[in-house]
Write a protein that binds this ligand. Structure first.
Ligand code: AMP
Length: 214
């Protein structure tokens, strides 16, 4: 099964992706996670994208498509995958269409996460991420058991540079201009499922599971 999670930053795509990964036994492909790892490891890719990401702008499409092309050919993607944060604009979506044709693959579901800008800003400003394992927390809704430390690996939590308020506002603007048109793109392809992302995490996940099993 091949799934796209589409929605603004902070809508909960990463959290749902991890739960779906467990449920369906297929990998999550998060372009944001891949890019952040490249920055941490100071690779050539990381150096190219660091300043772009810290401003909340989109990384050039050709770099993203190189990542995707390599990743979906890996063995663990044979049964499918969950895209989190990709595609991010119409150009990427068209490139994905062409790639899928070449590989005789197709997307089964596009889940669109519906949520207000006010909720996004509230969620992102209280999001914290583990430096070591990348696990996400929220100081209000899902705080770590010990202050500022990851429940899973004990490493320190940090706030992503792009989760600071002025950058979040730019990310929302970029999202509305470049990513939101994908809602119509996938609606026309009859793949779009709109889900209310403002409800509790559990309810939200159950709604998605219901749609998949139907
Ligand atoms: P995310 O973790 O999905 O919120 O992504 C964080 C940042 O990584 C974005 O603000 C972009 O700068 C970059 N990024 C992630 N995925 C993409 C993509 N598919 N296309 C362009 N830039 C991306």
């Amino acid at each position: 099964m091949r799934i796209i999670l589409l929605g603004p930053p902070g809508a909960g795509k990463g959290t749902v992706a991890k739960k779906l990964q467990k449920e369906l036994d297929i990998p999550v492909i998060s372009t944001g996670v891949i890019l952040r790892k490249a920055i941490t490891k100071k690779t050539e890719l990381g150096e190219k994208v660091e300043s772009i990401m810290s401003e909340g702008e989109l990384v050039p499409d050709f770099l993203i498509m190189e990542i995707i092309k390599e990743r979906i050919k890996e063995k663990d993607c044979e049964k499918g995958y969950i895209f989190d944060g990709f595609p991010r604009n119409i150009k990427q979506a068209n490139s994905l269409e062409r790639l899928n044709k070449e590989l005789f693959m197709k997307i089964d579901f596009v889940f669109y996460f519906e949520i207000s800008d006010a909720k996004i800003i509230q969620r992102l400003s209280s999001r914290r991420v583990c430096k070591k394992c990348g696990c996400n927390y929220n100081l209000i809704f899902n705080p770590p058991k010990k202050d500022n430390l990851c429940d899973l690996c004990g490493a320190t939590l940090y706030q992503r540079d792009d989760d600071k308020e002025d950058i979040v506002k730019n990310r929302i603007k970029v999202y509305n201009q470049q990513t939101l048109p994908l809602k119509i793109f996938y609606k026309e392809k009859k793949l779009l499922k709109v889900v209310d992302a403002s409800v509790s995490e559990n309810e939200f996940f159950l709604n998605i599971k219901k749609i998949i099993s139907n």
